[in-house]
Design a protein around this ligand. Structure first.
Ligand code: AGP
Length: 606
């Protein structure tokens, strides 16, 4: 939701912190703030401003304050409690401005804590839940900051990633987490703190991930955490987290989709044996052999990858599978037996609803498998075993290349489990060989980028869009619609083609274009009848079709061609034009493509 940055070490210009915070702007961007301890004045300076981080920097420079500070904390906000105002922006402070706090998460019992503290004489100035933390620390402080924070957190119900500084105990940066991600970036005689790795890569690639219920007390030369923690090496380079000259991270990440597939399959395919090697599953391989039912749980775009996976696992691995979205599954009472395994799909590995469902399954002793992109994330650490999708840093809020990484990983998992069961060597070899060719085929699809941009220009004045697909491409229709919705703010719906005549067809007319995903696969004839139903009512149709299919041109208005491949693999080609279409539409409409309104990259609260 929000992004937190902290630093302690040498006296530094607060703008160093602003640079790090900019890399977290996709986590929330309605207001931002900074607080820094100035040892010369023995004072904590702070500035908070509504709007983007550029606004904050401008306000800081206009403040004429001395910009040198150590330690310092910064925050970029995605409002949950209290309107978007300068006062509600973080950092928050206590009655005497002795303690400053930035927070990512939700304090559920803030109202009763506030009431109690006001009765004790504390003066509140904001509507934000976080402010209760500052007054509790003020209440418990007796000379030792971490002790006051420890006592404060005992009273808090909810989720938090917090960073605290104080002029009463200035040589310390105290941070803590419960559910919201927080890591320490270990530098030479300096430590950065951040909500995710993107903020620290410019300074270090050595991080320590805080676990739930841990407090870290950091001073210039060292730090103390109550529990031993593994040192994790970040795979990504700073260069990878840059825009590389693209106007938006989203376009860069779409152009990296072939690379994402290549990274996912690298060193995992055994062409001769028609097998897939997934080292992260070795420890549970025998357990997986006995599994006869799979539950796949995910949210948003990741849930659409899971839906495509469901088709693959049933058809090619011969295992019964079901998919549910995290926010529903966590409250369902599924009937499951011991031969069931649960697979959790998440780019960030920090999505609260998916994590809650994971903890439910662990509680019930179900084998849990993670398909995750972010190394060392909570999902990766809490599942029994898993596979990293290796898609690299995905900065744009709209997920694109990570989706390709998820589909490629689910395809490999299908071969892995299928070959443990009835899948024959020839089929294993066929799928493995198609996967091997896929990065080049995906590159080929990207060559249509300018044609797709033209299509976006042609259709930019329409306000409503249908996306239809069948079988493996029914989930891709859902994905295409979500992408267009979340960044262009146009109304778009994805539906399985066969459902049109059960209602949606009523909306079809010349003002309601449809994007029909119709590769030449086992259900091609069916989707063509759906297209004809639409054309019969004057609806414009853009087709995503298999190269060489000239007939389709006769019945639709526009065609984007994709190369031929195995039916189960077509989603990894058919989705690319949909990602590009959504991107060009949003860019044409002048939207902030990487920071769509009201959204955030990883949804860490329920
Ligand atoms: C996709 O573009 C969205 N950002 C969103 O639906 C996202 O897929 C969802 O929040 C799940 O995120 P995760 O993969 O990090 O768990």
């Amino acid at each position: 939701m929000c992004g937190i940055v902290g630093y302690i070490g040498k006296n530094k210009d607060i703008r160093i912190g602003l640079e790090a915070l900019r890399r977290l702007e996709y986590r929330g961007y309605d207001s931002a703030g900074a607080a820094w301890y100035n040892s010369e004045k023995k004072e904590i300076f702070f500035v908070k401003k509504v709007g983007r981080i550029d606004n904050l920097e401008k306000a800081i420079l206009e403040s004429k304050l001395d910009l040198i500070g150590n330690p310092f904390i910064l925050h970029t906000r995605w409002a949950t409690h209290g309107g978007v105002t300068d006062i509600n922006a973080h950092p928050h402070f206590d009655c005497r401005k002795d303690f400053f706090v930035v927070h990512n998460g939700i304090i559920e019992n803030w109202a009763e804590l506030k009431e109690k503290l006001m009765k004790e004489g504390h003066k509140f100035i904001s509507e934000c839940d976080t402010e209760v933390i500052t007054h509790l620390i003020e209440k418990y402080f007796q000379g030792n900051l971490e002790e006051a924070v420890r006592k404060t957190l005992k009273e808090i119900q909810g989720t938090y990633g917090i960073a605290v500084i104080s002029k009463k105990d200035p040589q310390k940066l105290v941070v803590a987490r419960l559910s919201s991600p927080l890591l320490l970036g270990m530098g030479r005689e300096e430590t950065f703190v951040a909500s995710d790795p993107a903020a620290v890569i410019a300074h270090t690639r050595q991080v320590i991930n805080l676990d739930d219920n841990e407090i870290a007390v950091i001073n210039p030369n060292n730090f103390l955490i109550l529990k031993e923690k593994p040192l994790v090496q970040i795979e990504w380079t700073l260069e990878e987290a840059e825009k590389k000259g693209y106007p938006h991270f989203m376009l860069k990440e779409i152009m990296e989709e072939p690379e994402a597939i290549k990274n996912a399959i690298r060193g995992r395919l055994m062409a001769e044996e028609g097998l897939v090697k997934l080292g992260g599953l070795d420890s549970v391989s025998e357990k997986l052999r006995k599994i006869n039912h799979l539950i796949l749980v995910a949210c948003g775009t990741a849930s659409f990858a899971a839906r495509a996976g469901e088709y693959m696992l049933e058809e090619y691995a011969g295992i019964s599978a079901e998919v549910d979205i995290g926010s529903e599954f966590r409250y369902r009472k599924p009937v499951i037996d011991k031969d069931t395994a649960a697979i959790f799909v998440s780019q960030s590995g920090e999505t609260a609803d998916t994590l809650a469902a994971l903890r439910e399954m662990r509680e019930k002793g179900i084998l849990t498998i993670g398909i995750t992109n972010v190394v060392g994330s909570t999902q990766a650490r809490e599942t029994d075993a898993g596979v990293y999708t290796r898609s690299g840093p995905e900065i744009a809020v709209a997920s694109t290349k990570a989706f390709l990484g998820q589909l490629a990983t689910l395809t490999m998992l299908t071969v892995y489990l299928g070959r443990q069961r009835e899948m024959a060597l020839v089929m294993g070899k066929r799928i493995v060989s198609e996967l091997t060719k896929l990065p080049e085929l995906a590159k080929d699809v990207l060559k249509s980028a300018s044609a797709i941009e033209k299509l976006a220009k042609k259709y930019k004045d329409y306000k409503n869009f249908w996306f239809i697909g069948r079988k493996y491409n029914a989930p891709i229709a859902l994905e295409g619609a979500l992408k267009l919705k979340e960044i262009s703010y146009l109304h778009a719906e994805g539906v399985a083609g066969g459902e049109l005549k059960h209602g949606p067809l009523a909306l079809i007319d010349e003002n309601f274009p449809t994007i029909a995903i119709c590769p030449s696969d086992s259900v091609y004839g069916k989707i063509v009848s759906n297209i004809e139903e639409i054309k019969a009512r004057g609806g414009p149709v853009i087709a995503i079709a298999t190269r060489g299919n000239e007939d389709i041109r006769k019945i639709v208005d526009d065609v984007i061609y994709i190369p031929k491949t195995l039916e189960m693999i077509t989603p990894m080609l058919s989705v690319i034009p949909l990602h590009l279409f959504a991107y060009y539409m949003a860019a044409l409409l002048g939207h902030d493509v990487d920071h769509p309104k009201n959204l955030a990259k990883s949804v860490t609260v329920e």
